[in-house]
Design a protein around this ligand. Structure first.
Ligand SMILES: *Cc1c(COP(=O)(O)O)cnc(C)c1O
Length: 229
């Protein structure tokens, strides 16, 4: 099982490099976020031992238990829906929160960060498919959210994150990746600040996301295998 985990890791890295090359991009611009949700620390440690340090989790409760069991020195991203009442724990556990999608949450994070004296890198999550069941700020309102969040001294917005509607055919996700990139470009232009990160692409569609400018692909099942239910 661990042998296949190692194989998966190397073949994903190879695919990332290949997709970047095809798009005329430098492969070093694309980072792999190993999405370790629901995975036991032993499995995560296998990936750690390959030299990997960048991990993603989507539940604060789970991460609170798991992250302390891992060696220090990793970079942990929160990628799930975040309730404001979990902001304190999220700030304690994570290095980057990718799923900031509303003003009250941003304010709560600011407050918790002030209490700890820290700053934090965040991304704004955009609901690019306009799906009612999904988290994320609507594309129409992300400019306003960005404007307001820039006033919060403890938060540094480094980019945007999106989870497009799921379709069997990964090509169907392409317009949504384009949309996120265009929103990012517009925000950069109108505010005159860099937003280098585009967190987009998952196990089944990351080559497409890379061809549209992704800098961070969030990969769970293609690396660790199925999560079950
Ligand atoms: C679970 C999850 C992923 C990884 O999904 P896979 O299809 O297993 O690669 C990526 N992003 C988010 C936000 C997730 O919750």
């Amino acid at each position: 099982m661990n042998a296949s985990l190692e194989e998966n890791y190397h073949s994903i890295q190879k695919q990332i490099a290949l997709s970047a090359e095809k798009a005329g991009r430098d492969a070093r611009e694309v980072k792999l976020l190993a999405v370790s949700k629901k995975m036991e620390p032993e499995r995560i440690r296998v990936v750690w031992q390959l030299g990997h340090r960048l991990f993603g989790e989507n539940r604060v409760q789970e991460a609170k238990v798991k992250i302390p069991e891992m060696p220090v020195g990793g970079e942990w991203h929160f990628i799930g829906g975040l309730q404001s009442n979990k902001a304190k724990d999220a700030v304690e556990c994570f290095d980057v929160i990718e799923s900031v999608d509303r003003w009250d949450l941003a304010q709560e994070l600011q407050k918790r960060l002030e209490a700890t004296g820290r700053r934090m890198r965040i991304m704004l999550e955009v609901n690019v498919g306009g799906e009612a069941a999904k988290h994320g700020c609507s594309p129409e309102r992300v400019g306003e959210l960005f404007q307001k969040v820039m006033s919060l001294s403890r938060l540094e917005v480094i980019g945007l994150m999106a989870i497009p509607p799921f379709r069997e055919d990964p090509e169907m996700a392409r317009p949504f990746f384009v949309k996120l990139r265009e929103i990012r470009d517009r925000l950069q232009d109108s505010h005159g600040v860099p937003l280098p990160e585009l967190s987009m692409g998952m196990s089944h569609d990351y080559p497409v996301a890379i061809s549209e400018g992704s800098t961070l692909v969030r990969i769970g099942s293609a690396l660790f295998g199925p999560r079950g239910v």
